[in-house]
Design a protein around this ligand. Structure first.
Ligand code: ATP
Length: 581
């Protein structure tokens, strides 16, 4: 923006009453000016020496060294240097003289304003105007096509521009908004705030007709003064964004929680307190586990997948005398067959060509003085079973590629969901190893056989996930609870825990609802109900099987004989009625 002081012609010489005609001619010639401002000693204007004054002196043949004093025009057209730029046009139009003398606040001459200055400045203004027009058009186009709602106000908070999406959002017409006070037509935007604060700010979530939006308020500043404001209303996809944001926050909380948990312990993380249950049989089982922990014997934990076998193993180690030692987990089903041996016993340097040359400690080495938890023991190959048996008997082993006997003091806890007895019968599991492992056996019942634990676990996981996810879920609606009670939970506690985590992640209003549960669970419920509506004949059959099994203490061969059906026939019925195997 051009200022008045930028367009005037500055005066860098002094002409007084004592200036001679010769000096005046020289100056006018040099500067090509038709007027010289004449000042007193302190720079105050006393008049002007014009071209016509000069002509007169020449016509009168005034000698060159004569002072100009008597030819000075005493009437001076003075213009203040602080004149607003906008006034120039007016000034140019109204001024009777072609050139004005410009004075500062102390009435000292600082320059002159010539006709050329005026024309040049007007030219400049019109060029600026063109540029402004172009910019305005560009801005209007941008605003019209803006994805978000945009509104602009001037220094008086009057709306100068508004974008169509904003009008749509508030259901307003352009006429109702343009040139109106923002505070009266769009008070919810609170644009006036930035006129005071002079800093940009973002509102919290606002809502209109169920649409969430946020407002960015941005002051438009010029020379440190607020000359307007820009309001940006972001509402498209904000619901999704805010949902994502919530989920992200939950995920972050979760990651933090797990990170803390991980840092807390490198050894067994869970104790008996972590095994939630109110079922009397489970309580007894925990007590047996705690007793077993005190001894040295191998413990075999049985139970379906997800019933908490690993949790029991952690707790046993934790409450044993070797709790300060390591708790090393080996999932026998997850390690490739050809690596299992080296995983267990480690290998000597150079044992393999092409492999890591350095040698490696095996799990038995690592667990020395602690506990080795062999998960999915039923999935171990017969060869390895033989090697494991030897270590259990002799408490020593050889590394792969090594000759030295390594002595170890390791307590073994094994777990499986497979029927080891059947596997022994079918020669898939070594009998001697089975007896060696089965010194103390703990059989964790499936969740469907301890229905009161479902309710208890729901409450406990709710507390846990509120902490992990940073949520504040206070309960579960009856309908959702019913679904959970009627479900079979083939994945046992693990599945229930996952379902709770999912439901709490999706829950929006402090209570878990039916629709927060996974589809497969909701859909499966009728299946369970129809399975329960067995015919009378089937009911009688089921009772007979149960009775027979109790009578022969669970021995399937004898039970089949008692019932007069084949062994495979009995297995089929057990599967059909979902009886424990
Ligand atoms: N009684 C319980 N209280 C609290 N959490 C439990 C309980 N039982 C199981 N869980 C949780 O369920 C999940 C599965 O438990 P765990 O890994 O101990 O089962 P598992 O029987 O070893 O399963 P798999 O046979 O598949 O290895 C874990 O997240 C565990 O924390």
């Amino acid at each position: 923006m051009l200022h008045f002081k930028d367009i005037i012609t500055p005066v860098d010489f002094k002409v007084t009453e004592e200036t001679t005609l010769k000096e005046a001619i020289t100056l006018m010639h040099q500067k090509k000016w038709s007027l010289l401002p004449v000042t007193d000693a302190s720079g105050q204007p006393v008049g002007v020496f014009t071209r016509s004054s000069l002509q007169q002196m020449v016509l009168e043949e005034t000698p060159l060294p004569t002072s100009i004093k008597n030819y000075i025009k005493r009437q001076v057209e003075k213009i203040s240097v602080n004149t607003p730029y906008e006034k120039i046009e007016e000034l140019v139009k109204e001024s009777k003289v072609g050139t004005g003398v410009v004075v500062d606040q102390q009435n000292r001459v600082v320059g002159i304003l010539t006709k050329t200055d005026m024309v040049m400045s007007l030219l400049h203004t019109s060029q600026e105007l063109q540029l402004i027009k172009k910019l305005k058009r560009t801005l209007e186009t941008a605003i019209d096509h803006a994805f978000d709602g945009i509104v602009m106000t001037d220094e008086k908070k009057v709306i100068t521009m508004v974008s169509p999406p904003l009008l749509e959002l508030y259901n307003l017409s352009e006429d109702a908004v343009l040139n109106k006070q923002a505070t009266s037509v769009l008070p919810q935007l609170e644009l006036e705030k930035v006129y005071e604060s002079e800093t940009a700010e973002v509102s919290g979530f606002l809502e209109i007709n169920g649409i969430k939006y946020i407002v960015h308020r941005i002051p438009i500043l010029e020379d440190g003064k607020v000359i307007g404001a820009l309001g940006k209303v972001v509402f498209r996809q904000l619901n999704e964004v805010s949902e994502l944001f919530n989920k992200l926050q939950k995920a972050e909380n979760k990651a933090n929680f797990y990170h803390q948990q991980y840092q807390k312990s490198e050894t067994a993380r869970y104790t008996w307190e972590h095994i939630f249950s109110t079922d009397p049989f489970m309580e007894k089982l925990k007590k047996s586990g705690a007793k077993a922990a005190k001894g040295r014997s191998t413990v075999l934990i049985r139970g379906e997948s997800g019933t908490g076998k690993e949790l029991f193993a952690h707790a046993i180690h934790h409450s044993s005398a070797r709790s300060s030692g390591k708790f090393v987990v080996v999932n026998c089903a997850a390690i490739p067959e050809d690596l299992l041996e080296s995983e267990f016993f480690g290998y000597e340097e150079g044992a393999f060509t092409g492999a890591k040359q350095k040698g490696k400690l095996g799990k038995f080495d690592l667990a020395n003085g602690g506990t080795l938890f062999l998960d999915e023991i039923g999935d171990m190959s017969l060869t390895l079973q033989a090697k494991l048996l030897r270590v259990l008997q002799e408490r020593e082993f050889y590394r792969v590629g090594g000759n030295a006997k390594i002595k170890v003091d390791v307590r073994i806890i094994a777990a499986t969901n497979r029927n080891l007895e059947e596997m022994v019968k079918e020669s898939l599991f070594r009998e001697d190893l089975y007896y060696r492992l089965n010194v103390i056996s703990l059989h964790i019942p499936p969740l469907r056989d301890r229905p009161c634990d479902i309710d208890h676990l729901i409450s406990r996981f709710m507390i846990e996930f509120n902490q992990i996810l940073g949520t504040s879920i206070t309960g579960i609606e009856d309908q959702a609870k019913e679904v959970m009670f009627n479900y079979e939970w083939p994945g046992n506690v693990r599945e229930l825990r996952n379902v709770m985590e999912r439901a709490m992640t999706f829950s929006e209003d402090g209570k878990i609802k039916y629709e927060d549960l996974p589809d497969y669970l909701i859909k499966l419920i009728p299946v369970k109900e129809s399975a329960l509506h067995v015919s009378m004949v089937e009911n009688a059959e089921l009772e007979a099987i149960k009775k027979a099994l109790v009578q022969v203490h669970g021995n399937k061969v004898q039970a089949a004989r008692l019932l007069g059906i084949s062994r495979s026939g009995l297995y089929e019925k057990i599967k059909k009625y979902k009886l424990p195997t």
